[in-house]
Design a binder for this molecule. Structure first.
Ligand SMILES: Nc1ncnc2c1ncn2[C@@H]1O[C@H](COP(=O)(O)OP(=O)(O)O)[C@@H](O)[C@H]1O
Ligand SMILES: [Mg+2]
Length: 303
């Protein structure tokens, strides 16, 4: 596995790699969710590239850019084990050199939900992902279902801008109690960590209501809101039952639907979703009982 920092070194490395090349964009501080994407790319592609870049352009002025968790050495160990061929870890000035002024704006699909609460977020995401696509020239790029609107925005951008690649969206990987894995989970104090299962549980409550016959989208949103309201540490930012491709809110769930939410637990902002496609629920998968970090790093027994 090769670690490169400059765009020049990345280009000379990727040009020598066998194709198809699979790209996994990340912000580092890797967990089993990221590693699942790398393994999937490894299984489907001749070469695997990973980017580790905490992208300043996708953080708002009052967001957690400066305290976003980082551990490049640990990440590299995990990526080596997972079978990555090249890792690009650029400095911000390599991606956004002085005088930088070009951005990609995806319109409607980027406006609601995350886009409404985090103005400019998807402009930053679409811009950096477009640059990653140009830098790696991958044949496939792997994203997580946890960031459902991000996946929809990237799909739209790749189609609209004629990027010649396939976007692969992989199921959400969850902790044993159902909490979606995220680098930001590390911010949670123990009591907050226990409260954070309310996202998964409220999605499960909406799924149960749907299975019991409820088709009214507002009723299903209410089921999630009510469940979240019962957790005093949880502050709901939004709950949504929307079209998974356009993100337009639904009135009735008589077709594909994305059930999603953003919730603050203390100061930590968490998102999660279930998606119903062709009558099949995609709810993600729980990790095996021994935590990933302990399985691969040998830090002792799982508990
Ligand atoms: N629990 C998860 N399961 C599957 N994919 C995930 C998970 N968490 C993050 N990803 C995916 O990993 C990629 C990089 O996300 P990143 O922002 O680095 O991680 P995080 O969401 O933990 O902050 C994105 O495509 C994201 O959707
Ligand atoms: Mg993220």
């Amino acid at each position: 596995m090769k670690l490169v920092h400059t765009l020049t070194d990345l280009r000379s490395t990727t040009s020598a790699l066998p194709r198809p090349l699979g790209l996994v964009p990340t912000m580092g501080f890797l967990h089993e969710g990221h590693i699942t994407l790398v393994r999937r790319a490894r299984a489907e592609c001749a070469s695997v590239g990973v980017s580790i870049f905490v992208n300043p352009a996708q953080f708002g002025p009052n967001e957690d850019l400066s305290r976003y968790p980082r551990d490049l050495d640990r990440d590299l160990g995990l990526l080596e084990l997972a079978g990555a061929d090249v890792v690009w870890a650029p400095e911000p000035a390599e991606v956004y050199p002085p005088g930088y002024q070009t951005y990609v704006t995806v319109e409607e699909v980027a406006l609601p939900l995350e886009g409404a609460v985090r103005p400019g977020h998807f402009r930053g995401v679409a811009t950096v992902v477009a640059k990653l696509f140009n830098a790696f020239t991958p044949q496939r790029a792997y994203f997580g279902q946890k960031d459902a609107q991000q996946a929809a925005v990237i799909r739209r951008m790749a189609l609209d801008l004629n990027f010649p690649l396939e976007i692969v969206v992989c199921p959400t990987v969850r902790e044993r109690d159902g909490l979606a894995m995220s680098s930001r989970n590390t911010y949670l104090a123990p009591e907050e960590r226990r409260a954070a299962i309310v996202l998964y549980r409220s999605l499960s409550a909406a799924q149960a209501a749907f299975r019991a016959g409820e088709r009214g989208a507002e009723e299903l949103r209410s089921a999630m809101r009510n469940y979240l309201a019962a957790e005093p540490r949880a502050q709901t930012e939004y709950v949504s039952v929307a079209d998974p491709d356009t993100l337009a809110e639904l009135e009735r769930v008589d077709r594909d639907a994305l059930f999603s939410m953003a919730v603050r637990i203390g100061q930590t902002r968490l998102i999660d979703n279930f998606v119903l496609r062709d009558g099949v629920w995609e709810t993600g998968s729980l990790i095996p009982s021994i935590p990933f970090s302990q399985r691969t790093l040998g830090e002792g027994e799982g508990g």
